[in-house]
Design a protein. Structure first.
Length: 72
């Protein structure tokens, strides 16, 4: 499954790069991208673990940039 999410208050491109790298390390993720310019995150993961992957991604984003919110 591949899905895009809107990000609110993503403040810098460096943070977006850190988030992207961390999300790619989550088990079950086949691809991920975080764009500072469009304020969007794309996650591609196995359907069976997709909800868990999204939960982990939200935690990663909060750790890198606490003010950033993910619109689910």
């Amino acid at each position: 499954m591949k899905k895009k999410f809107k990000l609110i208050d993503l403040d810098c491109a460096n943070c977006a790069a850190k988030m992207e790298e961390a999300i790619k390390q989550i088990d079950g993720v086949t691809d991920a991208s975080v764009s500072f310019m469009t304020q969007k995150m794309m996650i591609e993961a196995d359907d069976t673990v997709f909800d868990q992957v999204v939960e982990e991604a939200v935690k990663v984003i909060a750790k890198v940039e606490p003010d950033c919110q993910v619109v689910l």
